[in-house]
Design a protein around this ligand. Structure first.
Ligand code: COA
Length: 373
């Protein structure tokens, strides 16, 4: 009988004080704070401060933090030159992976720059990196990345749209960034911790995490969910299409979860925002109706629930965000959780090196090449 747990399901692979997923108890908590309390009473920047510095900021700390993030938005000229050479056809996740790697060459970790300062720098400048490339490659515009409002959500939306976004769009995006910020030992965070455990540098851990997040079974699910929903004009068409997909054993992106067994509490929060935005216009109402029908079918046919990615896609679409930028938004948020885990791993490190159950052949003899067949 197999000793191995496929996909490491159910394996406790380490300790953390950053977050807990407690489906039966208090739900998802970041450093002891319930997620619903944070989405109701805090901003993404307060949550970033909590994850990275270990406590919620006071008013003065908050204002200083906002100012610090705004001051760290600009990009070095050499990084802009690299971004200018990446074609419009590139996936934006590859752009972020490359951008972070280049920043690591220009602003390496060392005695003047520690992990926490790199984390803060990345929180501040990932939107700049993405949108500088996006505007230059798609519109031929070299934008001023320091412009925009004083939050990450406002900054990103203003670089995308060329001006201040509506307060509702800013708030919806801010809430989604809080929801995406941290989720204990998910695949990308575990990747970051594994890279860190070899005593590698901060940027290598983050680029590894971006690579892990890119796949549709993880962060890429929000883009895949949007592409799926856009195939259907009506709830009836969605019902037919989803039943056909399930009949051929296809996975429906944005549903199911390795850890949650009954519901993803983050989905309930973001669904409220998806509906609020949808109620404002006819196209949104149509999209939301399609999404809700898909949810009903998945519950009825597979007993599966939407995860955070499903209704986040509905929110992002209604904020006017192009689908290929959905997973990069996840990066802009999760960089806070990744960074908190990298710092935690470093504080009590041991190299992460599991073992495998060998299922191959043994004791074969090397024959001369002429005799091999
Ligand atoms: N659509 C259809 N069926 C699904 C499904 C989905 N989204 N998610 C799980 N299932 C089914 C599987 O086909 C499998 O059925 P089977 O036992 O009849 O073969 C069963 O549920 C268990 O799925 P499995 O892929 O083994 O679960 P996992 O714990 O390894 O994977 C996910 C968890 C999240 C990767 C998986 O649910 C999934 O692929 N979801 C879609 C991608 C997604 O939304 N990812 C974002 C996660 S936040």
């Amino acid at each position: 009988m197999s000793q191995a747990s496929k996909g490491l399901e159910g394996i406790v692979a380490g300790q953390t004080a950053v977050a807990i997923i407690d489906e039966a108890g208090g739900g998802l908590q970041y450093r002891g704070y319930r997620l619903s309390d944070l989405t109701d009473h805090a901003t993404f920047e307060e949550v970033a401060h909590l994850l990275l510095n270990g406590h919620l900021p006071t008013e003065q700390e908050y204002q200083d933090y906002l100012a610090r993030l705004a001051a760290l938005r600009d990009l070095p000229g050499a990084l802009k030159s690299v971004l200018e050479q990446i074609p419009a056809s590139a996936h934006p996740m590859d752009v972020l992976r490359t951008g972070v790697s280049m920043l690591g060459c220009l602003e390496p970790e060392g005695k003047d720059r520690n992990g926490l300062s790199i984390a803060t720098r990345l929180v501040a400048c990932l939107p700049s990196m993405l949108m500088y490339w996006y505007q230059v490659s798609h519109e031929g515009k070299k934008i001023d990345v320091t412009a925009g409002g004083n939050t990450i959500a406002a900054h990103f939306l203003s670089l995308l749209g060329g001006g201040a976004a509506s307060a509702t769009h800013q708030k919806a995006l801010d809430v989604s960034l809080i929801l995406y910020a941290e989720h204990e030992f998910n695949a990308s965070t575990f990747t970051a911790r594994t890279v860190t455990s070899t005593l590698s540098d901060f940027y290598s851990a983050i680029t590894g995490a971006i690579g892990a997040l890119r796949g549709p079974l993880h962060g890429g699910a929000n883009e895949a969910a949007m592409e799926l929903m856009q195939r259907f004009d009506t709830p009836e068409a969605a019902e037919k299409g989803i039943l056909e997909a399930l009949a051929t054993k296809q996975k429906i992106m944005g549903f199911g979860h390795r850890v949650y067994k009954h519901c993803d509490p983050r989905s309930d929060v973001i669904k409220v925002w998806a509906k609020r935005l949808a109620d404002e216009n006819e196209t949104g109402k149509k999209l939301f109706a399609v999404a809700e029908r898909i949810e009903q079918i998945m519950r009825r046919e597979k007993d599966l629930f939407p995860n955070l990615d499903f209704y986040s896609a509905v929110v992002y679409h209604q904020c006017g965000i192009p689908t290929p930028l959905f997973t990069p938004l996840f990066v802009m948020s999760r960089v806070t959780g990744w960074s908190a885990h990298i710092l935690e791993q470093r504080a009590d490190n041991r190299i992460i090196r599991p073992t495998s159950e060998y299922i191959g052949e043994r004791n074969l003899t090397v024959a001369p090449r002429a005799e091999r067949g």
